[in-house]
Design a protein. Structure first.
Length: 196
């Protein structure tokens, strides 16, 4: 039987050292995770061109649905003769919010020349009203649509995900994890033979 001295709780000194060590290790891991989350949260969009989409080089699937920021319907085919960036988004998507300045830069540049447009598509049908509020709060002037079949037809798995469509209606690139306006312009210029 172990002897308990007056004023000592009965816990062995070795256990106190181990539990203190566990606390310090746990605190260190928590700090490391917090730093990683902070770095990821403050970094800009990490645009990646995806080579794996079966849509690249093929005619873009139709998009047709009710307008989210206006009245009536919006159809992808109505933008024939222009570059179209089809952007799937939701209000709850943090990376979608991170890419917003890049979308705005692209839209502003191409609104002047009239050769390109963004078409936002609601990814989550349960989020449509929140997406509308978000786009309005960001002063998005480009068309947005609710077409539930587009998510399936484009094979969208995660968002943000975007497809760049040339003036003839062919998908030339797929972007995951956000877009960068300069990269979009570079692809457009290259595909147009330097004409942008």
């Amino acid at each position: 039987m172990s002897e308990v001295r007056p004023g000592v709780s009965g816990v062995r000194p070795g256990r106190l050292r181990r539990s203190g060590r566990v606390r310090w290790i746990s605190l260190g891991v928590a700090c490391g995770v917090a730093v990683l989350v902070a770095v990821l949260a403050t970094s800009g969009p990490a645009s990646q061109v995806s080579e794996g989409s079966p849509l690249i080089g093929k005619r873009a699937p139709a998009i047709d649905g009710r307008s989210l920021l206006g009245t009536g319907h919006v159809e992808l085919s109505s933008f024939s003769g222009k570059w179209v960036l089809v952007n799937f988004a939701a209000s709850w998507c943090f990376p979608c919010r991170q890419e917003m300045p890049q979308l705005q830069a692209f839209e502003q540049q191409h609104a002047q020349t009239g050769n390109g447009v963004i078409l936002s598509v609601a990814y989550d049908e349960g989020d449509v009203s929140n997406l509308v509020s978000y786009l309005r709060s960001q002063h998005a002037t480009w068309p947005a649509v609710d077409d539930g079949s587009a998510v399936v037809n484009y094979g969208v798995g995660t968002i943000p995900e975007s497809f760049l469509i040339d003036p003839q209606g062919t998908v030339v690139a797929k972007y995951v994890s956000g877009v960068v306006a300069a990269q979009l312009d570079a692809v457009m210029t290259k595909a147009s033979g330097g004409l942008g």
